[in-house]
Design a protein around this ligand. Structure first.
Ligand code: RIB
Length: 282
């Protein structure tokens, strides 16, 4: 199946990431010194949409930004990645902002001020236009519930970790969670759940039973921000291309690892060919 004819909808947040680098992450109550701040495009849905577009999928982002310069900038940056931005809504609240600290090992801490993301409205979106829809939890739970009902094929990345209604979880073709997020779902009740393990790779479970596992390739990690988003995008691309769980998981783990090789959530998003080249070498 050709990837260019398949349409992916991504629903969720678009943030400006305010990033500083430091040697070690601060403890509660501690003041530390850091690099000059960088302003980079981010937000889990925006990152996942940019990653899908880099992989060659026709991708539409359904998100909401402010009527401010940051909102204009986000739309401009995303359209230059090839993402269809015609469904990005504007709001009187400011564009969402993520305050991110990255340490010398590439680990991070993220605090999100949701701003306009909290007002995303999907009532007028025709989800039957998409072969698959991918969403996360940085927008209101009611939005996620509505998308789960309307989308014929729905993948949910339960990030950030928050409770999800059992009905929405039942509607998911696949749930993607990291180890912390996986504590918020009952693996035994999910038809397909993929749990990411950071540098240790990822596992695919069907009703709580392990189906397949993939380890991560060795890469020079610069920044892990957005690695999970690159993973979700790559897994979704393989899902819509109808790859086997084994192929999809290996591909997604490799794409997520490659995305850690530059600063910023959208700084090192791999193409389909780049991932395939790595896999062929492994
Ligand atoms: O997953 C990484 C993303 O989480 C960052 O880009 C930040 O904006 C937050 O949404």
């Amino acid at each position: 199946m050709s990837s260019t004819r398949l349409r992916v909808g991504v629903v969720g947040s678009a943030n400006v990431d305010e990033v500083v680098r430091c040697s070690t992450l601060p403890r509660p109550g501690e003041t530390i010194l850091a690099s000059d701040p960088l302003r980079l495009p981010g937000g889990k849905a925006s990152n996942q949409a940019a990653a899908l577009s880099a992989l060659g999928l026709a991708t539409t982002l359904i998100a909401r930004v402010g009527n401010d310069a940051s909102g204009e900038w986000m739309i401009d940056v995303l359209s230059r990645t090839g993402v269809d931005t015609s469904h990005i809504q504007r709001d009187s609240a400011p564009t969402g902002t993520a305050y991110i600290t990255v340490d010398a090992a590439g680990e991070n801490m993220i605090i999100v001020a949701r701003g306009a993301n909290a007002h995303l409205d999907v009532a007028n979106v025709d989800f039957s236009d998409f072969d698959v829809v991918l969403a996360q939890m940085e927008v209101d739970e009611s939005v996620v519930d509505a998308v789960a009902k309307a989308a014929p094929n729905f993948i949910l990345n339960v990030a950030p970790a928050r409770p999800v209604s059992p009905e929405t979880l039942r509607r998911c073709a696949v749930v993607i969670a990291n180890e912390i997020e996986a504590e918020y779902v009952d693996l035994a009740t999910l038809a397909h759940c993929v749990v990411t393990l950071g540098a240790r790779g990822a596992v695919h479970y069907a009703y709580g039973k392990e189906v397949t596992r993939a380890s991560a390739p060795p890469v020079q990690v610069v920044d892990t921000v957005g690695a999970g988003d690159a993973f979700c995008a790559a897994y979704t691309a393989q899902y819509v291309l109808r790859s086997s769980p084994e192929v999809a998981l290996r591909f997604a783990v490799t794409a997520g690892s490659l995305a850690t090789q530059a600063l910023g959530a959208q700084g090192a998003l791999p193409t389909m060919k780049e991932v395939e080249t790595w896999l062929a070498r492994a």
